[in-house]
Design a protein around this ligand. Sequence first.
Ligand code: SF4
Length: 118
Amino acid sequence: MTYVITAGCIDVMDRSCLEQCPVDCIKPGTRMLYIDPDVCIDCGACEPVCPQEAIAMDAMLPEELRGYADMNAAFFAAGAKADPPRGRRATAPRVSQRRPAPSAVSLRRLARVAAPLR
Ligand code: SF4
């Protein structure tokens, strides 16, 4: 298991979570922060400090936000430089508001954008 940053972080990037992480596995992209699933130790310290309620354990993600687990992992697989797919709203709701997860098309687009960075 790992913790995952989801839609609520997009274009907000509060960064409170960065100061809490004991293993420094949260990294900023251009529009949101990401958690490296290979380094996260599941301590949960980041979750309660996020004012957007954008962080959750992957196993607890609602169906419509599960795509963010792949998106967080893809960011690190691409060298921690890729942006999330473009075209999202400037403000995004919290995990508890159950925004739809990115579609398979969005994730493929992210992978294409990330590919040249590898
Ligand atoms: Fe870092 Fe703990 Fe959050 Fe994982 S759960 S990202 S280790 S603060």
